[in-house]
Design a protein around this ligand. Sequence first.
Ligand code: RBF
Ligand code: MG
Length: 311
Amino acid sequence: MKIIDNLEKIHTPFTNAVITIGNFDGVHIGHQALFHEVIETAETIDGTSIAMTFEPHPIRVLKPNHHPPLITLYEQKAELIERTGMDVLICIPFTREFASLTAKDFIADLLVRRIGMKAIVVGEDYSFGKNREGNIEFLKACSPEYDFKVIVANWIWMNRTYADRISSTKIREFVTDGKMIEAEKMLGRHYQIRGKVVIGRDRGGKVLGIPTANINLHDELCPKTGIYAVTLECSGKQYNGVANIGYSPTFKDHQFTVEVHIFGFDDTIYGEIIRVNFIQRIRDEKKFSSISDLIAQIKQDIANAREILTT
Ligand code: RBF
Ligand code: MG
């Protein structure tokens, strides 16, 4: 997949460009369906499949105080889009100036003239441009003049058990509630966080005999506090483990941490970026009256996580 992060770098339009545009936070199965529609349409006209997204997320620019944590940061989003098989990812540096483009200029100057759009695939509630004046009706009204097709993809709904429409908002709610299995169904994969391993309180190994890698999260959405069965990728290898997110209420420092006890691993990995996949929430964090009770519980958590991860 070719990644273009500067529109000036597009010197000639793409061949028969088929485009979908969005923030695609999470690259969930609804987004994936849009990408597949784009790829199929592009195949019928020997065209180029293109995803267009924005960085930073427009809400961060337009409402700087309103700061929803993201399901996928840009790097992971680009990786996931690449995996769907798209030819090109255009990442527009989002600014207030860009936001003030009218829908008409966006279509005529950017999509049609510069990119060479022959078809656009949109979800049912798609809108764009200054004041969101561009919508499906508007796209359809412009299409004869600029000679492109508008393809409206149907919404994807979960089965009867999950009667809700798939959306990034819904996934954020699931993750915030610790409902990792529900989140997984809408994402089409496990919820993952990435972060750098930092020096912790040096207590897990020394005091409890259960060492943990402490992870520094950036802007990513953090699951609800509690204990989770996880898998992780570090130094190019896969491991199983158990994660604790929270304040370790048994101790007095009341410091928020995300930490993982990695099974069969006792290297020092400070500074490495690790990826943690959340499989299932096991329990709430608790305040224990003695360290030995805490240790016994953590051993039980490890056994439970092993059980979850092998079945
Ligand atoms: N600390 C608590 O105070 N209460 C808990 O319920 C708790 N559960 C944990 C479960 C696991 C699997 C792990 C790895 C840690 C847990 N901790 C808990 C955090 C523990 O106190 C922490 O790892 C050490 O204090 C080192 O910082
Ligand atoms: Mg630690």
